[in-house]
Design a protein around this ligand. Structure first.
Ligand code: PAF
Length: 282
């Protein structure tokens, strides 16, 4: 496994693969890897000959009051895990390497970046779209794998790739969960014991919504059911519960008429947890 701290080195590695007619997959991450990330690596290995993982805590997707400085990091452990998975190359740049000479160009997906999580975190999705574009340009992968847990991010990246004709296939991978249902996230380690216990209510409320949507098609009733479930578990601050069209994230009318996605964001102290579930599949 080759670890490349510079754009030049990772470009040389993937150019070599392409010359040898090997397909290349990219799994972009911000490090502090867990089983969820490793599942993305294994998914990528099904699609391509060579898998590259990027580890970069991207400053442009953090707001001024967000947790950039306390975001967990452990590159040494990450590299051991990736080596054990048989990853071929790791792009591990510094912020200076990624943005040092930047003049301020950015990528924006306006319809999707200002809604839902984007309304709560102004600038976040512009940072994501910009860094993912840079990673695609640097690594030039044939496919890239993202988790469905960050559903809005995945939807936005799919649209960006479509709208800008980027020659990369985007693969979404289902959320990987702890035994009690909590979606895996690098942020989970920052939950207090009490918050960790309460956090299971996110997936439990999604289970209930999914089950209820088999017979209940009224969107307001489903929304109320989810909020009741969260309130009963006395969880942290419910930032948002949204039920949207599963492919466009547009608001729904009163009645579910096809697949919808439930998007939850709940704050536990300083830790914002998100989760999602597609319901109402026919
Ligand atoms: O999902 C993440 O970890 C990040 O948003 C990503 C896609 C690696 C971009 O920094």
């Amino acid at each position: 496994m080759l670890v490349c701290p510079t754009r030049e080195e990772i470009r040389a590695l993937t150019a070599g693969y392409r010359r040898a007619r090997r397909s290349v997959g990219l799994v972009p991450t911000m490090g502090y890897l867990h089983e969820g990330h490793l599942a993305l690596v294994r998914e990528a290995q099904k699609w391509v000959d060579k898998v590259i993982v990027s580890i970069f805590v991207n400053p442009t997707q953090f707001g001024p009051n967000e947790d950039l400085s306390t975001y967990p990091r452990d590159a040494e452990r990450d590299l051991k895990l990736l080596k054990a998975e048989g990853v071929d190359g790791v792009f591990l740049p510094s912020a200076e390497e990624m943005y040092g000479s930047r003049g301020g160009a950015f990528v924006e997906v306006p319809e999707l970046s200002g809604i839902l999580q984007g309304a709560l975190r102004p600038g976040h999705f512009r940072g994501v779209a910009t860094v993912v574009t840079k990673l695609f340009n640097i690594v030039q992968p044939d496919v890239a794998v993202f988790g469905e847990k960050d559903y809005q991010q995945l939807t936005l990246i799919r649209q960006m790739v479509r709208d800008l004709d980027m020659p990369v296939e985007i693969i979404g991978h289902p959320t990987v969960r702890e035994a009690d249902g909590l979606a895996m996230s690098s942020r989970n380690v920052r939950l207090s014991d009490d918050h960790r216990r309460q956090a299971v209510a996110l997936s439990r409320s999604l289970d209930r919504a999914e089950e209820a949507a088999r017979t209940e098609r009224n969107v307001t009733s489903l929304d109320a059911l989810i909020r009741q479930e969260l309130a009963a578990a006395a969880v942290g601050k419910v930032e948002s519960v949204d039920i949207r069209d599963a492919s466009t994230l547009e608001p729904l009318g009163d009645t579910l008429s096809g697949p919808a996605v439930v998007l939850l964001a709940v704050r536990f102290g300083t830790v914002l947890l998100i989760d999602q579930r597609v319901i109402g599949k026919i």
